[in-house]
Design a protein around this ligand. Sequence first.
Ligand code: SF4
Length: 185
Amino acid sequence: MATADKEKKLKEGWEGISRFFRANSLWMLMYCTGCCAIELPQAMTSRYDMERLGMGPMATPRQADVLLVTGYLSVKTLRRVIYAYEQMSTPKYIVAFGPCTINGGIYHDAATVIKSLDQYLPIDVYIAGCMPKPEAVMNGFQDLIDMIKDKTADGWKRYRDNYDWYKQNQIESLGELRIKDEYHE
Ligand code: SF4
């Protein structure tokens, strides 16, 4: 086998190993925006025990891999969620809970509630249910783990590649944001 092929195979091997370990050791930043958050304690404690998936809570965005958005977001809260996401280092993932993150859910006609979170931030996994049962939460986390292993959890790349579009939507709804633009430097 030619040296270039060997190097390519070796690189793919190391990347696969690193993805495997990353997927099985995820730190979550829980941004408990709405009532969906009430199902997290059940998923975290002994009955469902999400730590067996290698997932645990993290207090700061800079050390977290996964941002959990647990339900509806007001315009004010969205700003904080964007700041938190921007502080996380790549690769990073977002899991969104409930229909409120898709279309505003039962708050769809409220002027201060964000209707479509994916206009502002890239979502990797949606978890269905208002509010989602702990079983659904565990399934959603398992989906994320599988997606990381097979390289389809690529929200952070979509954010990087379409940064101007995300930024424009953010500014239209929130005005100027205090974010360092790392993608155009
Ligand atoms: S989806 Fe349902 S449970 Fe979740 S934040 Fe919206 S109203 Fe609350």
